[in-house]
Design a protein around this ligand. Structure first.
Ligand SMILES: *[C@@H]1O[C@H](CO)[C@@H](O)[C@H](O)[C@H]1NC(C)=O
Length: 134
C-alpha cells in the first residue's frame, strides 16, 4: 500500500523537476530598477544607485535606490526663481510660485532652460529682465 501510493508521487516529482529545472537558465537576477548587463551582472537603471555603490553587481540582494538629484552631492541647480523636484528615477525643475516659464510649460530639465519670469511683470518686461546666467 505504501509503495503503490509513493510511486505515482515520485513520478510526479521527477517529472515536475524535470520540467522545471531546464527553465532555470543561467540568467541574471536583478533587483527592481536594475537591468542585466550580461547573463550574470546587473546595473542600476539611470537615476538609481546601488546601495553598495557598485556599478556592476551580481548579488541578487543588492538594491537600487532612487538618486535624489536635488540633494547633495548632486544638488541640481535649476536657476533663478526655480526649484528642483526629485521623482523616482529622475527629477525636474519648475518655477517657484509666482513665476512661470515663457513657454507656459511647467517643467524643464536644467538651469540653461530656465525662463522663469514673474507672472505679474511678464507682460511689461517681455523677458528683457535677464537674470545673470549661472
Ligand atoms: C559580465 O560582465 C561583467 C562586467 O563587465 C564581467 O566581469 C563578467 O565577466 C561578465 N560575465 C559574463 C558571463 O560574461
Amino acid at each position: 500500500m505504501q509503495g503503490s501510493s509513493l510511486l505515482p508521487g515520485l513520478c510526479f516529482l521527477l517529472s515536475f523537476f524535470g520540467a522545471v529545472i531546464p527553465k532555470i537558465k543561467a540568467s541574471c537576477n536583478c533587483p527592481p530598477n536594475a537591468s542585466c548587463v550580461n547573463n550574470s551582472h546587473c546595473t542600476c537603471n539611470s537615476g538609481y544607485i546601488s546601495r553598495s555603490g557598485q556599478t556592476l553587481f551580481t548579488f541578487p540582494l543588492e538594491t537600487c535606490n532612487d538618486i535624489n538629484e536635488c540633494e547633495p552631492p548632486y544638488s541640481v541647480y535649476c536657476g533663478s526663481n526655480a526649484a528642483c523636484h526629485n521623482v523616482a528615477g529622475s527629477f525636474h525643475c519648475h518655477c517657484v510660485p509666482g513665476y512661470r516659464l515663457q513657454s507656459g510649460e511647467e517643467r524643464f530639465s536644467n538651469s540653461s532652460e530656465n525662463t522663469c519670469q514673474d507672472t505679474n511683470s511678464s507682460k511689461t518686461t517681455q523677458g528683457k529682465k535677464e537674470v545673470s546666467a549661472g
